[in-house]
Design a binder for this molecule. Sequence first.
Ligand code: Z7Z
Length: 405
Amino acid sequence: MTETPRTAVAPPASDVDPFTAEHLEHPEPLHRALREAGPVVHLTRYDVHALARYEEVYAALTDWQSFESGAGAGLANFRHEKPWRPPSLLLEADPPHHDAPRRVLREILAPPALRRLRESWQARAEELVATVVAREGTEFDAFTTLAAAFPLRVFPDAVGLGPEGRENLLPYGNMAFNAFGPRNGLVEADASRMAELSGWVSAQCTRESLGDDGFGARIWAAADRGDLTPEQAPLVVRSLLTAGVDTTVHGLAATLYAFASHPDQWQRLRKRPELARVAFDEAVRWQSPVQTFFRTASSDVTVAGSVIPEGHKILMFLGSANRDPDRWADPDRFDLGRDPSGHVGFGMGIHQCVGQHVARLEAETLLTALARRVEHIELAGEPRRHLNNTLRSWAALPVRIRPAR
Ligand code: Z7Z
């Protein structure tokens, strides 16, 4: 990917804005056009190079030397622009600085460390599904009652957050994920709450505000051992609160949407509940809750014969790579029969989602509880999207169910 070609070709140019309401709401036509335009497309409006094919997105994600993160994973270039908050020690950092925080968090969120949560999350999923079915009847908004409610029940407890102010978590994440995009109306709409939400989140990251038996306390324990500095610990906690809530909420919503729009696949899951994890990954591939993010060229980088100049931003379309027909058979189908592994919905390479096992456990426990209690699920109306510069998010997901007898 870095060798200099004898003859560099100028990539095709486009003045399209991927961050308009139209493209955020219905990204597939734009993705198709970008994939067909070429392996690299120069988006003149933002002067960024877009990658929309699986092969190039995968290659960029797995080449951190050429595609750096330290200049920010959004459109803003931290070499020239002041970040809206102190940069993340994980996302917005390169080796070697990236490595200690990553190692600490990987241990804390690894499958063996999560075993102790499984039983209680199963019980809480059962309880939530039973309550929703009893209280809401057969028609309800699955976004609010399930996809948002479940992570908000289990994840803040697992981190060790106090009870106050948890309603700030989703708005904070919404703001952070908007901030990866251009300063458009979505970013402006968050501006008035930025100081308040950031202040609340920072206050939750201190040792004193965290319970003594959660992910947060374990991050502080790593600082006590010297695996992190005391200055790093609160920022690592902040990463959990930024990247751990909205992503799973909208990932679960994507999964419920997938089933409600494919009732036949729900029957497959009912027969084989052990497919819950594959179903979640297939839904992440199919909907890509994280649609896009950026890297920066650390030198003149050649991609498929085109040179991306040093210091320029690269926009990676994960949602497009996850439906690239050159990689996936019948890519637009949500299909429990396929092997979705290799999708880039959690990223790939050294920055691949460190919380993915937590997300999978949330999905598995919720889906398993639902599969036991819900015989049939279908859409009961038009789902409503919530627009965000990075996340493919939801406002409402009306469903109709038939409870199992
Ligand atoms: O560390 C962080 O605060 C953080 C924030 C956002 C880490 C990751 C992300 C993120 C996740 C960004 C998915 C883009 C896509």
